[in-house]
Design a protein around this ligand. Structure first.
Ligand SMILES: Cc1cc2nc3c(=O)[nH]c(=O)nc-3n(C[C@H](O)[C@H](O)[C@H](O)COP(=O)(O)OP(=O)(O)OC[C@H]3O[C@@H](n4cnc5c(N)ncnc54)[C@H](O)[C@@H]3O)c2cc1C
Length: 389
């Protein structure tokens, strides 16, 4: 069963999430940023609320939300520090989508209920030193043996790797084929000998969301670990998941921007200079009004694209537009929030200062802004060519 955004059950779910985000998570944001850790009782509440499994089909223990419902949840959860969503975002996003799309029945039955309940944490290990935007340039290799596969390579910048229990590892299995077609994906449990995922370096922001390397040194997995049981399909599986994931990520950019508009508006009305609230100055009003307008535009684009995907339309170009516009918009809004708050917005512990650091990442991962611009143009050209034929 798929839960849609207009179902009464979804309205109730959204209200519960709103309460959790506003009353439990927001008061803890500063502590999480300082300690670089989300308290375990908060993670336990995420499990109880079903947050780890919102996008996973109900038959595997998830909530089976459609794209619009998921976007609405993401807009809600991301109004608190983005690391809150990052804790469960792999399970209900990039780390489970390829498995849902192309996993074998046995793989789905083995892993999806564990991911949906949050009993295990998943991660998506694609990026390497020489394979960032050019993801198909990866150097990780998997060699077939009688008993399975031997994987060797080194991944970096992998969200949740230091705490993950299950790694979706992308490796080249066929050197004779170029691009994505020689790449396969493997489901590798943390306990597998030869897999190491040490604690990662400290980042600019999103403290509390561990990111690190995955070292694969003669890491042996059985044949059953090959995603979908088919060689050379891994990259295609990842790409299939991407349209949905880009809409998810765009929704995650809308939430912080909503929050920042609320915060800058409240600040501008309370902070007095020259004998009046700074909200009375038209130059300040411009920053707040432009931010609010851009938030509404991004939200509308994300929800419309989500609905189009739910109708079965091809949204490859629109999903890229969502990711590009919403992440750039969020960066502009965060910058204005600091500006509206003046020196206060630059001080550690201030909400604008924290979000400014946290949201910078949105323009980098899951396709940089430049890569999305290229993708939009490529899609326009391919649609124009289709129209001519
Ligand atoms: C905190 C964090 C978490 C992450 N989590 C994950 C994860 O869970 N799993 C995972 O697999 N990866 C993850 N990543 C990796 C992320 O997806 C990559 O960092 C991203 O794809 C960019 O790759 P890169 O860092 O190598 O930059 P590069 O590709 O080296 O890009 C450098 C610059 O060149 C530009 N550029 C590159 N190619 C072109 C081009 N053709 N045209 C124009 N400009 C171009 C880029 O836009 C950028 O401005 C994460 C990264 C970070 C920072």
């Amino acid at each position: 069963m798929i839960v849609q955004a207009h179902d009464p059950a979804f309205t109730e779910m959204l209200a519960q999430v709103r309460h959790f985000i506003r009353d439990i998570c927001m008061p803890l944001e500063e502590q999480i940023d300082r300690d670089d850790q989300i308290p375990e009782p908060v993670v336990e509440q995420m499990r109880a609320l079903g947050l780890f499994g919102h996008s996973i089909p109900a038959e595997y223990g998830g909530s089976g939300l459609d794209t619009e419902a998921l976007a609405r949840i993401n807009i809600e959860v991301s109004q608190a520090a983005p690391v809150i969503r990052a804790r469960f975002g792999g399970n209900t996003g990039i780390a489970s989508e390829s498995l849902i799309a192309d996993g074998t029945d046995a793989q789905k039955r083995q892993w999806l209920p564990l991911l949906a309940s949050g009993r295990i944490t998943g991660c998506f290990a694609l990026t390497e030193l020489d394979a960032g935007s050019d993801a198909t340039a990866l150097g990780t290799r998997a060699e077939r043996t009688d008993s399975g596969w031997v994987i060797n390579g080194r991944k970096r910048y992998i969200t949740n790797a230091p705490i993950a229990d299950l790694f979706t590892v992308f490796a080249r299995t066929d050197d004779s084929r170029r691009g994505g077609s020689g790449i396969s994906a493997f489901l590798v449990p943390r306990s597998t000998p030869g897999l190491n995922a040490p604690p990662g370096p400290r980042k600019m922001g999103q403290h509390g969301s561990p990111v690190g390397e995955v070292l694969l040194d003669n890491c042996r997995v059985p044949h059953e670990a090959l995603l979908g049981g088919r060689e050379g399909q891994g990259f295609r599986s990842a790409m299939k998941a991407l349209n949905k994931q880009r809409i998810n990520l765009a929704a995650l950019c809308v939430g912080p921007a909503i929050r920042l508009v609320e915060e800058m508006f409240a600040f501008a009305r309370s902070r007095k200079q020259f004998g009046m609230p700074v909200a009375e100055f038209q130059l300040v009003q411009q920053m707040v009004a432009e931010s609010n307008t851009e938030v509404h535009a991004a939200r509308a684009l994300v929800l419309e694209t989500a609905r189009a995907r739910d109708r079965g339309e091809d949204v490859t170009m629109e999903a890229s537009m969502c990711k590009l516009f919403a992440s750039e918009m969020c960066g502009r809004v965060a910058d204005r929030a600091v500006q509206v708050m003046g020196g206060a917005g630059y001080m550690a512990g201030n909400v604008a200062e924290r979000f400014y650091r946290d949201v910078r990442l949105f323009r980098l991962y899951e396709g940089t802004s430049q890569i999305h611009l290229l993708n939009i143009m490529r899609q326009m050209q391919s649609r124009a060519a289709d129209a001519r034929n």
